[in-house]
Design a protein around this ligand. Structure first.
Ligand code: DQA
Length: 149
């Protein structure tokens, strides 16, 4: 189903509200608010509308994904730790017909063994991992080129 033309949704998963304060050597100094601000600027440049949402709760993220049907053309999601084990999140993304990009600030393949597996990756259009905040900007560009404005 086609979502609203030129509308994109960014979902930030658990602990990403702590950006800028949490393990800054891995995740950097930028706060979530600053990241969202930069994403909105980037969206404006690309001529698309963007909504950003963060939750620490799996159920909230599932509801947002379900609610995206008919409202968004694409989803950018950083599932945080849910990346590695949430079959519910995977099923939600697989169950809605909306192209999604999985993003990570850090390179999950260069870290602990348990982070090297993503249960989300097989059901999204693609994954961008390891470029800090740029991971999100690259994902937004890729989705807009892929889905249109
Ligand atoms: C993360 C990587 C995950 O392994 C971790 O649990 C996070 C952040 C990232 O953006 O690098 O919370 O998704």
């Amino acid at each position: 189903m086609d979502g609203e033309k030129g509308s994109y949704l960014v979902l930030h998963g658990p602990n990403l509200n702590l950006l800028g304060k949490r393990e800054v050597e891995i995740y950097g100094n930028l706060s979530l608010e600053e990241l969202n601000g930069l994403l909105h600027t980037e969206a404006e440049k690309l001529g698309v509308k963007l909504d950003c949402y963060q939750s620490n709760s799996e159920g909230d993220l599932l509801d947002r994904i379900h609610g995206a049907v008919g409202n968004y053309q694409g989803i950018i999601i950083n599932p945080g730790a849910f990346t590695h084990y949430s079959i519910a999140l995977r099923d939600a993304l697989a169950g809605v017909d909306i192209p999604a990009v999985e993003v990570h600030l850090s390179n999950i393949y260069a870290r602990e063994e348990f982070r090297r597996r993503s249960v989300i990756a097989p059901v999204v259009q693609g994954q961008i991992s390891g470029f800090g905040p740029q991971s999100y900007f690259l994902a937004l560009r890729a989705l807009v080129y892929f889905c249109g404005r």
